[in-house]
Design a protein around this ligand. Structure first.
Ligand code: EPU
Length: 432
């Protein structure tokens, strides 16, 4: 199994360029199914979730060609099935987007229950509510979701709570429906706006993306387009926190600073310097990190996908910090791993609130990534810690971070990917 071996304690220094956003790109790729002509996506990150999305679509008959490392040509006119292959789809949450895009184009879809990181229960009831509002019938057949509609007709959709995935799917199903759809209590994340912009560049009529009411007037035809994915807000935030945790001095480039505001504000609260430029942020530390409180919220609140990384920073802050996870029911599984590194964290019985008592320094240990963002958090812990940290299950991290080890090495980190068979790990010197 591949692992990262990190010799910590080196302040990160230099410039890191941020890749295209995973959670935008997975939706943009699925959205190409709605396009009646070929289209091109730029700034597509090379990460495993993207590879899986493209493999699923190739298996369904789409013509997909890599023009260069991050530019991809899609011609989905030859898709010859409405059934998404089971094996790959059940490993990722974004496979749920094929429900909306196949329904929107073919009026029928067979999609396995989506998988993805284990962050607690992740139902799709709001997605189904949206599809039904537009006239589709839903059933479970052999463990897969089956959607079918004679025709899709615009309607009002009111979500019981804010959900990114269901908002995306409602847009996908409505974009070619007859008449007007109004989505209320919509998610406002930057990737929702990105998907609306992509579809509008094909000729769709979507207004209000980025607010909590999105209005979609259905169109019959979507023309080809060339479109660039937005930079990854969470990847950027991860490097900002890594810079802070290692007491470094890093320019994070190719970002939209507005998308990072909640992260920037919290870092400043902790005494970290953040300077916003047009398309970069400069992060540096010249004083001890201070405690703070965090509560994860929907955009523009503090993102749940930054919670593990930020909690890791707070393990070495002065004072006691409180972190409340309000989006997912099981997002503190990494705490057990951080404790192996000396962190002083307790989580309440409901798994919602963590109390983090800052310590002077983390110590290297062998730890295991329980999911994507928690894996990134453990890498940050390893970079900040005294001694050597070995992080395993790094395939989780590779779902969402393009070349993370290479990018960190360019910032001066001592991080290497190794393939250590299980027994040999016992001989690795893990602490100073
Ligand atoms: N929820 C329901 N029913 C639904 C839909 C959602 O109960 O029909 C619940 C979920 O269980 C969760 C909450 O509502 O507790 C929010 O879920 P949401 O639909 O917003 O999240 P998602 O679409 O499943 C996306 C990202 C996640 C990110 C969340 C929140 C993708 C592919 N995934 O998930 O990204 O954490 O939004 O911002 O876009 C990650 O990148 O590491 C990641 C987990």
């Amino acid at each position: 199994m591949e692992r990262f071996v990190i010799n910590g304690g080196i302040p990160l220094k230099g410039t890191v360029s941020i890749s295209g956003a995973k959670n935008a790109a997975v939706a943009l790729i699925a959205a190409t199914i709605l396009c009646d002509e070929p289209c091109i996506l730029e700034n597509v990150p090379q990460i495993s979730d993207i590879t899986k999305c493209m493999k699923i679509m190739k298996d369904m008959g789409a013509d997909i060609q890599l023009k260069d490392k991050n530019t991809v040509y899609f011609d989905t006119r030859n898709i010859n099935t409405v059934a998404v292959p089971y094996k790959l789809a059940q490993t990722m949450r974004a496979s749920s987007y094929f429900l909306g895009t196949l329904l929107g184009r073919f009026h029928e879809a067979f999609v396995p229950m989506p998988g993805g990181c284990d962050l607690g229960d992740r139902p799709i009831d709001q997605h189904i509510k949206a599809f039904r509002a537009l006239g589709a019938e839903w059933d479970i057949v052999n463990g897969s979701n089956h959607l079918k509609a004679d025709s899709l007709v615009g309607n009002q959709i009111y979500f019981d709570f804010v959900t990114v995935g269901a908002t995306m799917n409602a847009i996908f199903a409505a974009v070619k429906a007859k008449g007007m759809t109004v989505i209320e209590n919509a998610a406002k994340e930057p990737h929702i706006v990105d998907v609306a912009n992509f579809l509008n560049s094909m000729g769709a009529d979507i207004r209000g993306a980025g607010t909590d009411v999105i209005k979609i007037r259905g169109v019959e035809y979507l023309k080809g387009t060339t479109y660039a994915t937005i930079p990854d807000q969470i990847e950027a935030g991860t490097y900002m926190v890594a810079a802070a945790a290692t007491k470094g001095d890093v320019v994070i480039s190719n970002v939209i600073p507005k998308h990072l505001e909640s992260i920037t504000a919290k870092l400043r609260k902790c005494g970290v310097n953040v300077k916003e430029n047009d398309d970069s942020v400069h992060v540096w530390v010249d004083a001890p990190i201070q405690k703070t409180t965090i509560k994860t919220m929907v955009h523009p609140g503090f993102p749940t996908d930054m919670q593990p990384q930020f909690t890791t920073l707070l393990t070495v802050a002065e004072g006691t910090s409180i972190v409340t996870e309000d989006i997912f029911s099981n997002r503190f599984r990494y705490v057990t791993e951080l404790r192996k590194m000396g962190a002083d964290i307790s989580v309440d019985g409901n798994g919602k609130v963590a109390v983090v008592q800052g310590i002077k320094s983390l110590k290297g240990a062998a730890v295991s990534a329980p999911d994507l963002r928690a894996g990134a958090a453990l890498v940050i812990a390893g970079l900040a810690a005294e001694g050597t940290t070995v992080v395993d299950h790094i395939y989780y991290i590779e779902r969402g971070y393009e070349n993370i080890d290479l990018k960190l090495r360019e910032l001066g980190a001592d991080i290497h990917r190794v393939n250590i068979p299980e027994p040999e790990l016992e001989g690795v010197q893990l602490s100073v």
